[in-house]
Design a protein around this ligand. Structure first.
Ligand SMILES: Cc1ncc(COP(=O)(O)O)c(C=O)c1O
Length: 302
């Protein structure tokens, strides 16, 4: 497709060629930010990460991100070797080294570190964690509403690989995205184990029907921080918001649909499985929620 886009598309920024990367306590040029082929993250997808966004000198909802990071690390029994202040300081150090004040995105990643042998057992990871931060100049630039396609890949049950883990192993989501792309869409709309609409491969998903905002129960999707903030601003502003089961029939018939994530905040969806959603453009409720979210980010800074 000629007009291929992604939900994590940003304005071209030449400065990103020369950014500095945080690598295990050191700040190094991008070209020198290398990890071992024995790294647990490279070899096994054994690690967790957070995506954070800098607005006007402040990392949005930092405490929520730290909560989720430490919860995930605990769940996979990974000592990340830093406490909350240590993670904050690493972020601030990287930000300062790069001279970034706003419109930046950070991917904080921690893996089980370098293995002694190329096999799965976590006991082979003996050298301590690998901690990296990729911080890029980043202004989302998504030229048109996103097109989604439903795919055969589902959001699984929590006892196989809990979809709430922001783990390095994203193959299920990547396969979903590939299937969506092959169907001519930008991103995949994924169902849960019961066939209800759940989330996309990289963002949370909302629909708007007759003035109400619906999102999944949250049982099988990432506990997105932006998702929760959207729910909060809807409650605060008197917008009816429901976390509920709903089907593709409800979804195709929606007046609006949008995605949420730290990278793009709220991103309109124009079509799903070849059906236009509403006008196919960003609708008034999505615009209203975007403004409420922006105001919340600004309020939280002070
Ligand atoms: C699968 C998935 N869904 C949703 C999100 C959005 O979460 P957040 O709003 O916390 O960025 C992410 C981001 O990490 C994700 O990986």
């Amino acid at each position: 497709m000629t007009d291929k886009i992604t939900t994590h598309q940003a304005q071209e920024d030449a400065r990103n060629e020369t950014i500095l990367i945080y690598l295990n306590g050191r700040i190094v040029p991008k070209a020198e930010a290398l990890v071992s082929v024995y790294d647990s993250g490279f070899m096994m997808g054994d690690g967790v990460w957070e995506g954070l966004r800098l607005y006007d000198g402040c990392w949005a909802f930092l405490d929520d991100h730290l909560d989720r990071l430490f919860e995930a690390a605990k769940a996979i029994d990974l000592d990340i070797g830093l406490d909350r202040d240590g993670v904050k300081n690493a972020l601030l150090e990287t930000q300062k080294a790069n001279g970034m004040t706003t419109d930046a995105h950070a991917r904080f990643m921690v893996t089980r570190g370098v293995k002694t042998r190329p096999f799965q057992h976590p006991a082979l990871s003996q050298q301590g964690p690998t901690v990296t931060i990729i911080m890029e100049h980043s202004k989302p630039s998504i030229p048109r509403p996103i097109r989604l396609a439903t795919v055969p890949h589902i959001r699984g049950l929590p006892m196989s690989q809990d979809p709430k883990l922001n783990s390095h192993s994203k193959l299920n989501c990547i396969l979903a995205c590939i299937a969506a792309e092959k169907a001519g869409a930008d991103e995949a709309l994924m169902l849960d184990v019961h066939g209800f609409v759940n989330t996309t491969n990289a963002c949370n998903f909302f629909i708007v029907r007759k003035g109400e905002v619906w999102t999944s129960t949250g049982d099988y999707c990432m506990n997105g921080i932006t998702r929760q903030k959207v729910i909060d601003v809807c409650h605060a502003d008197g917008i009816p918001i429901y976390e509920r089961n709903y089907s593709l029939v409800d979804t195709y018939g929606a007046d609006e649909a949008f995605l949420t994530g730290t990278f793009g905040a709220q991103t309109p969806v124009g079509a799903i499985d070849g059906r236009q959603i509403g006008s196919g453009e960003m609708g008034p409720m999505t615009k209203r929620i975007r403004a409420l979210y922006k105001a919340l980010v600004e309020r939280e800074r002070t």
